[in-house]
Design a protein around this ligand. Structure first.
Ligand SMILES: [Zn+2]
Length: 395
């Protein structure tokens, strides 16, 4: 069997599988073929949950004695949108001007194609690594993400799998390959604050209690002081008000209720719990102040509801993992990458409960867009970086 050492050939095969979440589209089968050529064992657990589609996942492993490295990612892709708007069809892997076009080219079939090629080159040159390499690949990252990475990690851990480090191959570079490694993420917390007033006629405000000024006081208290200045590794925590809702169509009625939803991206100054306590304190103080409410005697009557589960903040403190990957990037592209905790959440937030995790992949500029594409040169560069990492990490 020929080894899958060419990242562009690997990627073309994967792009030609139309694996729009939750459809497997043969993408995992194609990957399974590549991993079999590398002598990996491959399992394909399917996870189900009421109200969500069943999802196929893949766990492949090249087992050996020594440390265990996990490569994590997903073969599902977002829908192509208007296919006629694409310069080249989204599932054809057409090449033009040194770029390969297709949905998933950078997010993140490209990352998988490069890691497979890197491992194939490693095996070809050095034989099996002195340790284990596993592939934890889900088909449910771009969808509800319920039957994907979380369950796959639990499934593998129940079978006794233990990992020493993980690389997630999501696109992390803003402009050029080698710009940025992600070594953690901010946490995320959402809440809804509702102010209860008393409905009435605008001409007789003393008989009513307008909730809008009260809500303004509360939002001001959330926004006026920064939560922190940022830390060595993180940007300052930031609160955004995402919607303010009163829903009152009449101009002569004081509404009964007003609410607003906010989301905070927070750094390692806080835990979700300490941040919730800080928000309660700010709201309680602002409710008592009555600055915008004339001579109201009662404090603002409000409720707060936390929406969804907060995502915790995390920072990878495995110096060897971060240093080895940074040095691999530098040796191939000639410059050290920025170590960043910016951006949204990713599956790394689940993996960090099992082992230290970093994220490094392609340039993210065209992800989820029409004409998603990757430079063939970037595929080769990323493969070389992953190969160098494998050589150094298993040395
Ligand atoms: Zn992705």
């Amino acid at each position: 069997m020929t080894l899958p050492t060419d990242p562009a050939a690997n990627l073309a095969e994967l792009i030609r599988c139309p694996s729009v979440t939750p459809v497997e589209g043969q993408a995992l089968s194609v990957l399974q073929g590549m991993l079999k050529a590398l002598d990996c064992t491959v399992e394909r657990p399917v996870f189900s949950e009421d109200g969500t589609p069943d999802i196929e996942n893949l766990y492949g492993k090249l087992a050996g004695d020594g440390p265990h490295l996990m490569f994590a990612g997903h073969t599902d892709v977002v829908p192509p949108g208007d296919e006629a708007a694409w310069k080249h069809p989204p599932f054809a892997a057409a090449i033009a001007d040194g770029q390969m076009y297709g949905r998933g080219a950078v997010d993140m079939k490209g990352g998988i194609a490069c890691f497979v090629a890197a491992l194939a080159r490693y095996v070809k040159t050095h034989g099996k690594p002195k340790g284990s390499v596993s592939f934890l690949i889900t088909g449910d990252e771009e969808g509800p993400a319920i039957n994907g990475t979380v369950k796959l990690l639990e499934w593998a851990a129940e079978r006794g799998e233990k990992w020493d480090a993980s690389i997630v191959g999501e696109p992390t570079n803003p402009d050029a390959l080698g710009d940025m490694i992600k070594i953690g993420r901010r946490g995320s917390l959402s809440g809804r604050v509702t102010v209860n007033g008393r409905q009435g006629h605008v001409a007789y405000p003393h008989r009513a209690d307008n909730p809008v000024p009260g809500l303004m006081q509360l939002l001001e208290a959330l926004l006026e002081q920064p939560f922190d200045e940022g830390t060595k590794d993180f940007q300052p925590s930031n609160l955004e008000v995402t919607t303010v809702d009163v829903g009152n169509k009449a101009t002569n009625v004081i509404p009964a209720r007003a609410s607003a939803v906010f989301n905070i991206r927070f750094n390692d100054t806080w835990s979700a719990e300490s941040l919730q306590a800080e928000i309660h304190n700010r709201l309680d103080r602002a409710a008592a102040a009555n600055r915008l409410r004339g001579n109201a005697e009662e404090p603002v009557d409000f409720d707060i509801e936390w929406l969804g589960r907060p995502s915790p903040v995390f920072l990878t403190r495995d110096d060897r993992l971060v240093a080895t990957l940074s040095a691999s990037v530098e040796s191939v592209v000639g410059a050290r990458p920025e170590l960043s905790t910016s951006g949204g959440t990713s599956d790394a937030r689940f993996i960090k409960d099992y082992c230290p995790v970093v994220e490094f992949g392609l340039v993210g500029q065209t992800m989820h867009m029409v004409d998603e594409r990757v430079a063939l040169a970037d595929l080769e560069t990323l493969t070389q970086i992953y190969l160098r990492f494998l050589e150094d990490w298993f040395a």
